[in-house]
Design a protein. Sequence first.
Length: 241
Amino acid sequence: MHSVELVLDLGNTALKAGIFLEGKFSHAERIPLEEAPGYINSLSRNYTFGNCIFSSVSSKKDDFDWPKDTNILDFNSKTPVPVKNGYGSPLTLGRDRLANACFAVSSFPGQNVLIIDAGTCLKFDLVTADGTYRGGSISPGLGMRYKAMHTFTGRLPLLSTGAAKTVIGTNTEESMRSGAFMGMVFELKGTMQWYLEKYPDIKFCITGGDASLLAEDLNFPIFADPYLTLKGLYSILKHNA
């Protein structure tokens, strides 16, 4: 039976689990929220656990059925991290944003890095070359933009998340996709250009559920990794080992 280090990131809709073997990322799993509490115990049928890190927006680690003697790091605002936190309100900083910053400083030490997280919200987070998290910005993500147009109007349909094929929409669906998707693309390009002018050597990284859709339309060199947040949490686990 393999011994693994485990990263658990419990969000609003699902549990994301990262499996690390001998210090290297092996694979990730996505578990529906209702199945999350029993997931750890089911995983123990195939693995023995070394160290684990648990990050959650709502649940407590005691809500889970942990195998006996599991060493768990409960990630919170007081957990030591491998990045200097220069955020003005550190207690309100999302754990995913801080984990992304930790990925930046552990994967690209001594570099200016902008992490772009294209998930429920579109987030930009800056880590400067001295290893300090500086902050960034948050705006609605792609799915949220589609949902808002449907919710706050009388006749616009609810569209599934997807890319636009044209800037000039010739029907309602095309127009909505152009506004939501191309609006995000232009927001990304404009924001990235602003950072590039301020930090000419900056490294761009992108993650999140809509990252693959958006990255194709960006004319900047960019490092894409769908498991960036899990790897950032793993760097926090190793920092506390």
